[in-house]
Design a protein around this ligand. Structure first.
Ligand code: FAD
Ligand code: AMP
Length: 477
C-alpha cells in the first residue's frame, strides 16, 4: 500500500466520504481515515449521520409514525384495525439492518471509486503529513499533498450529569434503547430532542422535554414554531420552556432531574431515562499535533474561510468541524467543493440556501430568512400562506395540518424565505431551494405549473397568495 496520496481525508462521515469520492473522480489518489466504532466493536463508514444520526433517527421516526397513524388515523379512513402492537426488537433490528446496509454501501462506493479506506485514527502532523493509527494500535505516517479535516462533532456532555450509557444517555443511546422507558426526560428542545422525544412518545413513553430558552424553536419562522408547539403538545410531549436543568442523579432505576423553572423556582422531575440533547461540539481534540498552524476558535471549531481553507496551505476543513449549521448536506457540499477546488475546478457553496428539516409529524422545513429576520432587516416584504387544509392531496392523506409560507421582497419580488410545516415538508422545500438557487422571483413560482392534486400546489398557491392572487383560498384584503 502506498504511503503517499494526493489527498488524505480524516473522517468518513457525510462531509468526508463525498470529499474522498469526488477527489477520486477528479483522478487524484485518495485515502480516507475513519475512526468510527460501533458498540459491538465493528467499524463502519458514514460517521454520525449514517450510524447514529440522520439515518437511524429517520428509520425510527418512520416506523413510529406508521404506528401512530394506524392507531389514530386509520379510523378516519374507515379502516378498522385492532390488536396493533409493537415488536420493538423487530423495529430496532430493521433500523440496524438499514444502517448496516447504508454504511456498507459507502465501503462499496470507495472500492468502486478507488478510494483507500483506512480504519483508525488520523492526526495532522503538519501540512502534508498525517499520523495514522489503526484500531490495533499500529502507527504509521502518511504523506499527502492535501489534507481534508472532516472529523465531525460529538454530543455535548453536561458536567452535572455525565453520560452513564444506561440511564443518562446521548442521542446515539436514545436511538438504540431496547425497551420503552415509562418516563423519558429529554434535555433540549432542539431538532434532535424533538425527533427523539416524538419517537419514544409514539411508542408510549411519557416524555418531558426541558428547554432552557423561553422561546420554542427560535431559529424557525415564528408562525411555524407556534403551529409546531401546538402539534407537539397534542402528541403529548410535555414541553417545559424556560427551564434550565442544573443537575441529574441516577439512582435505584430512576433519574432525579433538578431544574429551575421559568419563574426561577427550583423544581425536579423523576424519569427512568434521561436523554441529554443540548447540542454537539466539534470533534477537534486529538486531531491536530502541536504547531500545525491550524486555528481553532474558542468553541473548538476549525477556523476556515468561505471555501473551507484553514489558512495553512493545502489543509482544508469541512462539515460539523467548521462554522455553519451542523447538517449532513451542508458538510457534503463542502466536501465536494473542496475536492473540486483541489483539482483546480470552480466550486462554491451557497450558504444562503441550505435547507433545514425537522422530521417530526407534521414535518417542518425551511430555507432562507424567517419573516422575523426580514422584518428586522427593514426591507419591505410581502407574505403568502397556504394551509394544507385547502389541499386536496393533503386532505386525501388525512394530513391537512400546517401550511406553506413564502416571504418575498416587496420591491423586486425576490424570494427571501420559504417555510413549510405539514406533510412531506422536507421534500417540498427542495423546490424552494432550487427556486432561490436560480434567483427565481415569486412570479416565476406563480407561473410554474404544478401537478394537481399534489402537495407541491401549496407552494404555488402560497406564491400566488403573496400577491393576493391565490385561487384555492380567499385572499386577505
Ligand atoms: P460526522 O458525521 O460526525 O463524521 C465524522 C467521522 O470522523 C466519524 O466517523 C468519526 O468517527 C471520524 N473521526 C473523528 N475524528 C477522527 C480522527 N481523528 N481520525 C479519523 N476519524 C475521525 N443532519 C441532517 O442533515 N439531517 C438529519 O436528519 C440529521 N439528523 C440527525 C440526528 C441525530 C440524532 C444526530 C446526532 C445528528 C443528526 N444530523 C442530521 C446531523 C448530522 O449527523 C451531522 O451534521 C453530520 O453527520 C456531520 O457530518 P461530518 O462528516 O462533518 O461528521
Ligand atoms: P440544538 O443545539 O439545536 O441541538 O439544541 C439544544 C438545546 O438544548 C438548545 O435549545 C439549548 O437551549 C438547550 N439546552 C442547553 N443546555 C440546557 C440545560 N442545561 N437545560 C435545558 N436546556 C438546555
Amino acid at each position: 500500500m502506498a504511503d503517499s496520496y494526493d489527498v488524505v481525508v480524516i473522517g468518513g462521515g457525510p462531509a468526508g466520504y463525498p470529499a474522498a469520492i469526488r477527489a477520486a473522480q477528479n483522478r487524484l489518489s485518495v485515502a480516507c481515515i475513519d475512526a468510527w466504532k460501533n458498540r459491538d466493536g465493528s467499524t463502519a463508514l458514514g460517521g454520525t449521520c449514517l450510524n447514529a444520526g440522520c439515518i437511524p433517527s429517520k428509520v425510527l421516526l418512520e416506523s413510529t409514525e406508521l404506528l401512530h397513524r394506524a392507531q389514530h388515523e386509520f379510523a378516519a379512513h374507515g379502516i378498522r384495525a385492532s390488536g396493533i402492537s409493537v415488536d420493538l426488537a423487530a423495529m430496532q433490528k430493521r433500523r440496524a439492518t438499514i444502517v448496516k446496509g447504508m454504511t456498507q454501501g459507502i465501503a462499496g462506493l470507495f472500492k468502486a471509486a478507488g478510494v483507500t479506506a483506512l480504519a483508525g485514527h488520523g492526526k495532522l502532523l503538519a501540512a502534508g503529513r498525517v499520523a495514522y493509527t489503526s484500531h490495533d494500535g499500529a502507527q504509521r505516517e502518511i504523506s499527502a499533498k492535501h489534507v481534508i479535516l472532516a472529523s465531525g462533532s460529538v454530543p455535548v456532555e453536561l458536567k452535572a450529569m455525565p453520560f452513564d450509557g444506561r440511564q443518562i444517555i446521548d442521542s446515539w443511546g436514545a436511538l438504540e434503547l431496547d425497551a420503552v422507558p415509562q418516563r423519558l426526560g429529554v434535555i433540549g428542545a432542539g431538532v434532535i430532542g424533538l425527533e427523539l422525544g416524538s419517537v419514544w412518545r409514539r411508542l408510549g413513553s411519557e416524555v418531558v422535554v426541558l428547554e432552557a430558552l423561553p422561546d420554542f424553536l427560535p431559529m424557525a419562522d415564528g408562525a411555524v414554531s407556534k403551529e409546531a408547539l401546538r402539534h407537539f403538545k397534542k402528541l403529548g410531549l410535555d414541553i417545559r420552556l424556560g427551564t434550565k436543568v442544573t443537575a441529574a442523579k441516577a439512582a435505584k432505576g430512576a433519574v432525579d432531574v433538578a431544574y429551575t423553572d421559568a419563574q426561577g423556582a427550583a423544581q425536579s422531575v423523576k424519569v427512568d431515562t434521561l436523554v441529554v440533547a443540548v447540542g454537539r461540539r466539534p470533534n477537534s481534540r486529538e486531531l491536530l499535533a502541536d504547531g500545525t498552524g491550524v486555528k481553532l476558535d474558542e468553541r473548538g471549531f476549525v477556523v476556515v474561510d468561505e471555501a473551507c481553507r484553514t489558512g495553512v496551505p493545502n489543509v482544508w476543513a469541512v462539515g460539523d468541524l467548521v462554522r455553519g449549521p451542523m447538517l449532513a448536506h451542508k458538510g457534503k457540499e463542502e466536501g465536494v467543493m473542496v475536492a473540486d477546488l483541489i483539482a483546480g475546478h470552480f466550486a462554491e457553496v451557497n450558504y444562503k440556501t441550505i435547507p433545514s428539516v425537522i422530521y417530526t409529524a407534521p414535518e417542518i422545513a425551511w430555507v432562507g430568512e424567517t419573516e422575523e429576520q426580514v422584518k428586522a432587516s427593514g426591507r419591505p416584504y410581502k407574505v403568502g400562506t397556504f394551509p394544507f387544509m385547502a389541499s386536496g392531496r393533503a386532505r386525501a392523506m388525512e394530513a391537512g395540518a400546517g401550511f406553506a409560507k413564502i416571504v418575498s421582497a416587496a420591491d423586486d419580488d425576490e424570494i427571501l424565505g420559504v417555510h413549510v410545516i405539514g406533510p412531506m415538508a422536507g421534500e417540498l422545500i427542495a423546490e424552494a431551494v432550487l427556486a432561490m438557487e436560480y434567483s427565481a422571483s415569486t412570479e416565476d413560482l406563480q407561473r410554474t405549473i404544478h401537478a394537481h392534486p399534489t402537495l407541491s400546489e401549496a407552494l404555488h398557491e402560497a406564491a400566488l397568495a403573496a400577491d393576493k392572487r391565490a385561487i384555492d383560498i380567499p385572499n386577505k384584503a
